[in-house]
Design a protein around this ligand. Sequence first.
Ligand SMILES: NC(=O)c1ccc[n+]([C@@H]2O[C@H](COP(=O)([O-])OP(=O)(O)OC[C@H]3O[C@@H](n4cnc5c(N)ncnc54)[C@H](OP(=O)(O)O)[C@@H]3O)[C@@H](O)[C@H]2O)c1
Length: 328
Amino acid sequence: MKTNAFRVYKHGGPAVLKWETVDVPAPGKGEALIKHTAVGLNLADTYRRTGLYPIKLPSGIGNEAVGVVEAVGPGTRGVKVGDRVGYIGGMALDGYSQRRVAPVGSLIPIPDYINDRTAAAALLKGITAQYLLRDSYRVKKGDTIVVHAAAGGVGLIMCQWANAIGATVIGIVSSEEKAKIAKKNGCHHPIVVKRSKPKFAKKVRELTNGEGAHCIYDSVGRDTWEESLASVRLRGSVISFGSASGKPPKTDIADTGGLGSPYIARCALVNYTTSRSETMARARDLFKAIKTGAVKISVNQRYKLKDAAQAHKDIEARKTTGSTVLLP
Ligand SMILES: NC(=O)c1ccc[n+]([C@@H]2O[C@H](COP(=O)([O-])OP(=O)(O)OC[C@H]3O[C@@H](n4cnc5c(N)ncnc54)[C@H](OP(=O)(O)O)[C@@H]3O)[C@@H](O)[C@H]2O)c1
């Protein structure tokens, strides 16, 4: 069978994304053929495209999509034809495609009350928000946290969820319009910063009676890391989980005593979804948050899948808010 899919042969700008007709093999044992209905766009797709996150080339691209099972391999259990499923990795990067073969063990069944576009907008970003808020640092009622890129895909989910837990949320954003969106989504105190030299530590101290926040969730990296370290309270946590502006600078562990001995970690989804049971437990927690209304998923941009290069340009230019889906 043939399908259309993106291939990447060299790292570079959005133009290196090549829309091609490729062969899809028949599913083998333990595999299913999935017809995608919605593909999730993630900033990390751009990191892989540019080589900031190295991948072996040539490659497909995209590790989040939702679709329907069209066939299963011989002797395969766990899913059947017609099931609605999604995934957030655990297989080759072929998410930007119309059809693909996927290992059944990495497929997440989508509940009836979540439509395909919402699921593709929610799975990877929502499971990331889940592990960040529940595990990397366990947010409690009464805590104050700082969320970077608060009006973005992961950001809007984190603001709502942390608010529902009972935390005070300070959000860092780069425009007044984004501040309004973050505020509508549970962020108590949006701070608008300059794109070139973001400054927010002083304001975080003001908002926390000089103490600093319990946890800083930094997905921006190079441009914000030092300010994030300056925003944390005594023995608080500083979590790096993205590099939107480039890798964070190196931190000398010997210097962190003078910063109040914060706990510092670089968190990656792959280290918090280490088994099917762990991934499914996080997915169930996310689905419950959506069902109860604690978290509402904002699908603010939709593109045809074949226009993925434009979607990459827009997310890199900070033009998007909330989640973005690509439609095959
Ligand atoms: N470690 C993990 O497990 C994990 C998993 C998923 C996502 N992530 C990370 O979480 C972050 C959010 O991902 P997302 O897909 O939801 O993207 P997103 O937040 O929707 O988009 C990225 C946002 O980052 C901000 N930003 C700051 N500096 C930027 C720069 N130089 N270039 C581009 N954007 C910049 C922009 O918001 P402002 O204009 O308001 O600054 C932009 O809208 C990313 O850093 C991603 O890598 C990490």
